[in-house]
Write a protein that binds this ligand. Structure first.
Ligand code: GTP
Length: 337
């Protein structure tokens, strides 16, 4: 099989965005001599769009960053790369910068009208027409496949991550936290937090206004979730009117503030036709136990919030310490729902 086809076969065998990205870079590396390739990640921070290299080639090998984007020392403002910034702004499919001895081609990866990342290819000589055609072909296969992967990981109504992806994201998020803050954790108090969020009396919305309005509320709550939490936090729809948020590397105080701020944001929001709705939130640290146990603890805190007036944020460990909740452990076994 020709090497390029072999690379494409390998590339489309991945079920993980990062591995797929590293694989497309390895494929592109085969297409030219003394070529450098990078995958750039875009994210919003410090009131502007930032960019940082997430994977890159080094002596013919592809390396991926182990650092979280928000603390990556290699991050910089997108505005410092004017050709690429203009390409993203104008929604172009590619951008080129040529100076003597260095030619760079950028290929933004568009998913649902949003560029999350960009491939960058740099070489000494100018790109020939044929080389560009082959690069674009490989890139389009990659982009189609990324879109397909993304589609399978998202909830169709809200566009949030679906339940299927939760465990993997949970494990990845814990590993990232360990890599970023492992040794400083005890003194910094930085931890991961998980919240289960449920819309109060949502059945009434459906009953009074109909399912279409119910769906609209779910979409608007999902939008509020997206805008309330940071890019490296993860927001899921678990089905129905239940959402889960994985909050990355912060203190208990900041986690409690973030969830409370979200609760207040929903309470203040005016939903068309319906008016006001509220949410209840239960949260816990992700430090101990498997994902399902952590979920169970946050769920217990949520049910406590529901049973004690709704429209409030409850912290599992605090409820446990105060005796308001008992751990769900019987005969040395964990009760799973
Ligand atoms: N519109 C719409 N409704 C949904 C969807 N999925 C689940 N539901 C509805 O969500 C409602 C959930 O109601 P309940 O679990 O009884 O809870 P609730 O009325 O929110 O009450 P509390 O949670 O106790 O405050 C049910 O009426 C479901 O039919 C969906 O995708 N769209």
């Amino acid at each position: 099989m020709p090497p390029i086809l072999q690379h494409l076969v390998e590339m489309t065998g991945h079920r993980d965005h990062l591995r797929l990205e590293a694989s497309v870079l390895a494929t592109l590396l085969q297409l030219g001599q003394s070529m450098e390739v990078r995958a750039l990640e875009f994210f919003f921070a410090e009131t502007q769009v930032m960019v940082r290299p997430r994977s890159w080639s080094h002596r013919g090998e592809v390396i991926s960053s182990e650092c979280d984007a928000s603390v990556d020392p290699a991050r910089g403002a997108l505005a410092s790369m004017p050709e690429l910034a203009a390409c993203i702004r104008d929604r172009f499919t590619s951008a080129l910068r040529s100076s003597s001895g260095s030619h760079t081609l950028w290929l933004p990866v568009w998913i649902n009208d949003k560029a999350h990342a960009c491939l960058e290819i740099t070489q000494h000589k100018a790109f020939s027409r044929r080389q560009r055609d082959v690069i674009m072909g490989v890139f389009q296969v990659y982009q189609n496949y990324q879109n397909l992967l993304d589609y399978s990981e998202r909830d169709a109504l809200t566009g949030l991550l679906n339940r299927k992806t939760f465990e993997e994201q949970f494990v990845r998020s814990a590993a990232q936290h360990q890599a970023d803050f492992g040794s400083s954790e005890p003194s910094s108090g930085l931890q991961q937090w998980l919240a289960v969020i449920d819309i109060d009396h949502f059945k009434q919305v459906n009953d009074v206004y109909g399912h279409l309005y119910g769906d609209e509320v779910l979409i608007l709550v999902a939008n509020l979730l997206r805008s309330s939490f940071r890019a490296h936090d993860r927001v899921f729809r678990f089905g129905g009117e239940e959402f889960v948020v994985l909050l990355r590397s912060t203190t208990l105080e900041h986690a409690a503030q973030a969830f409370e701020r979200f609760r207040a944001t929903v309470e203040e929001h005016m939903f068309p036709q319906i008016g006001g709705i509220t949410v209840s939130v239960g949260f816990t640290s992700t430090n101990d136990g498997a994902p399902v146990e952590v979920l169970g603890r946050a769920d217990q805190a949520l049910y406590y919030a529901k049973a004690n007036g709704r429209n409030q944020v409850r912290f599992f460990d605090e409820l446990l310490q105060s005796g308001a909740l008992q751990p769900k452990i019987s005969h040395g076994e964990i009760e799973l729902f």
